[in-house]
Write a protein that binds this ligand. Structure first.
Ligand code: ZN
Length: 291
């Protein structure tokens, strides 16, 4: 079944950047992945109408995770369009209680306040009609897609893999704002790494991220661990003895240490980059990043 994916890119409040929703159209009708924040409701409705999506032909609202910049229009659209809301049960409590810290370990206080920021009030709360767990089958709704749980950013983050085209609706596991990368906000970085390892098992072509532009998954993988290198481990690169020390002293559940995030293979690869660097007196990590 062929499909068309339209990216709807909406502004976040307080110039906090932009967020994506994706509208998929196939022979069965329309499917909306994520719904933006309450502040961009009007723009969203205009975009839906522009693409021919209206009450009666929107079948499902699928939420990649429970953050309010992605779910704040879900209840409103359900009422208006008569579509069902689907999301992973591990994030459903965020929508039900209006609390982004629900089922998260880090950043409890700022997350609790984010309802105000994104205008997620009483009227925005909802209970999903469908819960999507590993391997959930959406074919009865006319969508040939596989649900892949990819926890990390949140416990209930999911990817929706459209096998025929190799498209992956990836939510906030990914960020395409600049060079394709992991989202810099991860509740559980080590779990995110496992999720990426899981995704490597799928023939993914294009990733549609929660923020930024869609990109090739292969391009993301090239950048993937260099992302962590760039942000957090640059200081450790020059001395493998240091790398070992830091790995030993880092605890697994804290997001501060990217070293604990790297596998032995990653470190071997790092070593190669380093010897390349010292041989050629240039910075291959940077070159690769820009390339
Ligand atoms: Zn987001």
């Amino acid at each position: 079944m062929t499909h068309e994916i339209y990216r709807i890119n909406l502004p976040l409040p307080l110039r906090m950047g932009r967020v994506n929703c994706y509208l998929l159209q196939n022979q069965s009708g329309y499917f909306l992945f994520d719904t933006g924040g309450k502040n961009n409701r009007v723009e969203l409705l205009e975009a839906l109408e522009q693409h021919g999506c209206k009450p009666g032909n929107l079948i499902l609202i699928v939420l990649t995770h429970g953050d309010f910049d992605h779910i704040a229009n879900a209840a409103y659209l359900r009422n208006l369009y008569g579509a069902k809301i689907a999301m992973h049960p591990d994030d459903a409590g965020m929508a039900e209680h209006g609390d982004m810290s629900w089922n998260r370990e880090h950043g409890k206080l700022p997350l609790k306040l984010s309802g105000l920021l994104f205008g997620f009030g009483k009227g925005e709360k909802f209970t999903p009609d469908l819960t999507l767990e590993e391997g959930a089958d959406l074919s009865e709704y006319g969508l040939d897609a596989q649900v892949i749980p990819i926890p990390g950013h949140s416990q209930g983050s999911i990817g929706i893999f459209l096998g025929e085209s190799g498209d992956l609706i990836g939510g906030d596991m990914f960020d395409g704002s600049q060079d394709p990368a992991l989202n810099s906000i991860m509740d559980k970085p080590n779990v995110a790494k496992q999720s990426i390892d899981k995704l490597k098992g799928y023939p993914i072509n294009t990733v549609y991220p929660g923020h930024g532009r869609p990109f090739q998954f292969a391009r993301f993988l090239e950048n993937y661990f260099l992302f962590w290198v760039r942000h957090q481990t640059v200081l450790c690169l020059s001395n493998s003895e240091n790398v070992r020390k830091i790995r030993k002293s880092s605890t697994d559940d804290r997001p501060v240490s990217a070293i604990s995030f790297l596998t032995e293979d990653d470190l071997v690869h790092l070593g190669r980059c380093l010897s390349f660097n010292s041989l050629h007196h240039q910075t291959p990590l940077e070159v690769r990043h820009r390339g």
